[in-house]
Design a protein around this ligand. Structure first.
Ligand code: ARG
Length: 498
């Protein structure tokens, strides 16, 4: 039966217990033709008609983004693009940290620790500065400053117009600054519904928890006991009557269900929040939430072998990190005629790939030499492989256009290996989505580039007779398309010239 399938050109018993199945060149050529003729490169459209929300990046407002924000942003963006490619209707939602006690400290600091000029030309850097000054004063013995901050917060919570206007201004300035970073990284959100958006919905959530018999009083607070699931106890209303992160996320789920009716909500945060997500997923289910809730936790990132912390003095601003990436990439490309745009494509791509090539669950170390290496598993290596294919196709000249209609011949081992690998592209995209791991796709692309490189070294292309030449050129072109699409899904650009 295997012989009759037409897939294999050879089936043989290879010692006791083994069968060797050799895939036939003819069958491979047909499959390659199918793949090459599909504008979507065979990627499944299983997501058609299904909606999902992806909650990622989500920095806290009034602070500049730093190196610690890379992972959620870059991993989230890749998952976002992969699910969109699969046909899902994706809503990318930035769950900003835009509410909380820090705003009392900020408002007081804004009023008293900044110059008129700084207040007029308010930037996130100035907000950060006045926060630091104000927070330091709030620690003073007499407690006067602290009380004043508290009073500003209470005014804000009660909807005082002046404080509300200030708060709104802080948020708008923060989003503007975040969008400047997202612009560099090619990240786009459909909505910025921060924590504050859910404020008015929290009492309702707590009421439902109480009437469902899920919440109970404990030492003045209201809690949901999850000991049966070994998840401890989750506070949903503090003893001072305030709500917390759990309540806010419960309200957020209800609101997303009502507004979007998604089949799934994916949250990308660091792994220290695992208990929080397990707790609120469990409570949401008890409240009747049927949407699939997925937490994609990622490990800590260190920088050049050292933990990232203010104490180590390496809490580098994202803006500075990207500038450094660009500067280093420019050093590499400037003598080969590369410009600033190319330096950005390579530098930012290197930063992203250094993260995405690792399983999100693992802790990673960011290292400049490794990220920017032209050899090995790096962003620049893959970009270079793509640029080389482009230059080969350009060199093939005018009849390059004929290449896309050439008949594939797949006969040498190197051709077969590359063909089989290219046929795996749709599978790699799907596996990457199912595991919520862009690293699956990154691994696939790296392996593909390596197989391409051995094919390229062992198979004469431009010097072969016309039919073989065109078949091989078409294989190269297909590799280029797969690589470009794959890099795009990871959020990495593929310049045609390096
Ligand atoms: N702002 C949070 C942080 O900085 C992340 C929010 C994640 N999303 C959520 N729905 N809890 O860690």
């Amino acid at each position: 039966k295997v012989r009759e399938s037409g897939v294999f050109e050879k089936v043989e018993v290879a010692g006791p217990g083994f069968l060797n199945l050799t895939v036939g060149g003819g069958w491979l050529a047909e499959r390659l033709n199918d793949l090459a003729s599909d504008g979507n490169l065979g990627i499944s459209t299983q997501g058609k008609g299904k909606r999902i929300v992806i909650d990622y990046s989500s920095p806290n407002a009034a602070k500049q983004m730093h190196i610690g924000h890379i992972r959620s942003t870059v991993i989230g963006c890749a998952i976002d693009r992969i699910f969109r490619a699969l046909g899902y209707d994706v809503i990318a939602d930035n769950h900003l940290g835009d509410w909380g006690t820090q705003f009392g400290i900020l408002i007081k600091g804004y009023r008293e620790c900044l110059s008129d000029d700084e207040r007029e030309n308010l930037t996130v850097a100035n907000l950060e500065k006045c926060y630091v000054l104000s927070a330091a004063k709030a620690k003073e013995e007499d407690g006067v400053w602290k009380d004043a901050c508290r009073a500003e917060l209470v005014k804000l919570q009660k909807g005082d117009p002046e404080n509300m206007a200030l708060w709104k201004r802080f948020i708008d300035i923060s989003i503007g600054e975040f969008e400047r970073m997202y612009g560099k990284l090619g990240v786009k959100f459909d909505t910025y519904r921060g924590e504050s958006y859910y404020n008015s919905m929290m009492p309702g959530v707590v009421d439902r928890l109480v009437s469902a018999g899920l919440a109970e009083e404990s030492e003045g607070a209201l809690v949901v006991k999850l000991e049966a699931e070994k998840l401890g106890v989750a506070i949903v209303r503090k003893s001072d009557g305030g709500y917390n992160y759990t309540t806010s996320d419960l309200a957020c789920v209800e609101s997303r269900m009502a507004d979007y009716d998604p089949e799934r909500i994916i949250y990308v945060t660091d792994d220290r929040q695992q208990l929080h997500f397990r707790q609120f997923f469990s409570i949401a289910a008890k409240l009747g939430c049927t949407t699939k809730l997925v937490h994609v936790p990622f490990g800590l990132m260190s920088y050049q072998g050292k933990a990232i912390s203010t104490r180590e003095g390496n809490l580098i601003k994202l803006d500075d990190l990207l500038a450094e990436a660009k500067r280093r990439a420019y050093e590499i490309v400037k003598d080969r005629g590369g410009d600033e745009t190319l330096a950005e494509q390579i530098g930012y791509g290197a930063v992203k790939y250094a993260d995405l090539s690792h399983d999100p669950a693992t802790a990673i170390d960011f290292n400049w030499d490794k990220a920017l290496a032209l050899e090995g598993n790096s962003g620049p290596y893959l970009q270079y492989a793509y640029a080389r294919v482009c230059s080969l196709l350009a060199k093939a000249g005018d009849d390059g256009a004929n290449v896309e209609t050439a008949a594939f011949t797949v006969s040498t081992p190197a051709e077969k290996r590359l063909a089989l690998q290219l046929l795996e592209f749709p599978g790699a995209v799907l596996r990457s989505a199912e595991a919520y791991k862009p690293s699956v796709l990154a691994d696939y692309l790296f392996q593909t580039a390596q197989l391409y490189s051995s094919f390229y070294q062992s198979s004469p292309i431009l010097k072969s007779e016309t039919e073989l030449r065109n078949s091989r050129l078409r294989l190269c072109s297909l590799f280029g398309r797969v690589l470009k699409k794959g890099l795009y899904l990871l959020g990495i650009e593929a310049p045609v010239r390096i």
